[in-house]
Design a protein around this ligand. Sequence first.
Ligand code: HAM
Length: 432
Amino acid sequence: MSQTLKAVRGTRDLLPPETALWNRIEAIARDVFARYNFGEIRTPVFEDTALFARSVGEDTDIVSKEMYTWEDRARAQSEKTQSLTLRPENTAGVVRAYIEHGLGESGQLQKLYYIGPQFRRERPQKGRYRQFAQIGAEVIGPPSTGSESPLRDAEILEMLATLLDELGITGWTLELNSVGSAADRARYNDALRAALVAVVGQMCADCQRRAVTNPLRVLDCKVPADQPIIATLPVIADSLDEASQAHFAAVTAALDAAGVPYTLNHRLVRGLDYYTRTTFEFTHGGLGAQNALLGGGRYDGLSEAMGGPKAPGIGFAMGEDRLVLTLQALETAQPQTVADAFVAPLGESLNPAALALARELRHAGLRVELGEGSFRLKRSFEAADKIARRIVILGEDELQSGILTVKTFSTGIQTKVPRAELAAFLAGPAKG
Ligand code: HAM
């Protein structure tokens, strides 16, 4: 016998009723984005590998270990074999599109959101998958649009607080930091390199490599034995110049004014190389080890690093899988699993009339399950009791008289309802 095929490790099927929760989250996100005047962008799921190497950074875990990359064979002489990668994140693709379509030339701030799958070859565990979904947004534009203003940072963070509230996610923490300008980071990297000389010999192999290539990435290390050493390293706050300090102070002042609570975390450098100045994560205690609901920050030099015009930007991405887990843990998410009514035709000859009745009720906005006339009445009742609040019996008499028999399962009460009033009756509380 051939082996049963299964979903690939780290990937999952999403099934009803959980998919209803995914749709609800996406609908709320789209609604909030619209109110903050964002438009949707959809970029390809795979891109040129160089895009991620140049933006996210060669030394990051994402690029060095986690990407799904392959050599895509040429199909014609006019094509070249190309290294392609399933997107591990969406910011690089959005900035590429911004440059490719000259979006900055409009002179308007570009406010773009996306919802879609991302791919990282990570060790799967609860809240961490190899295919996962992000809901994210980017605000980017030439400096003349005010894209560098700390108000943009604060507005994004305030929007996230609103979005999480509207999703019903309570108890989040906003962790905030500044990683400074490119020059500040260069200074910080020097300070780290100097501090690491004495201790790096006791650290893991990754840290030893990073101490040379990109010392900032040492702070991403998860090896427990390295943590006490990392705790002694300099913090980036001490390397910020006056302009970066003032920018950060303006972000926190605007958050204070808007009443958005935050905690400063000077170790928050984020696992991607493109960040400058403000970096943040929203965490939630209900998630366990993978506690980041979302992460983001400012990336003022990214467009130029990718060969584009000067276009400061800031954005974030929420892990949709983690939003779902959090809502399930909070038990506020009760997707509707029970239909309003089960229409049971009495005999196969009534199947067409039952379809017509179900159509009528569905058009009235009800959630309706359609039975099968060849079932005995007892079987229809058993099926209906599992999935609907009420059963509507449609026999020859009911069809002729236009008076339907409805049984409400929670009370056991059977009621005669004229067809014209049926939809309103079914929409009412199941107690009646
Ligand atoms: P990131 O921190 O790599 O940032 O990912 C953002 C969020 O995606 C995480 O906080 C987490 O909720 C979710 N996530 C990441 N990896 C996984 C995984 N393997 N399984 C499930 N969820 C995951 C970025 O991706 C940046 N592009 C965010 C950004 C946008 N920065 C500026 N603009």
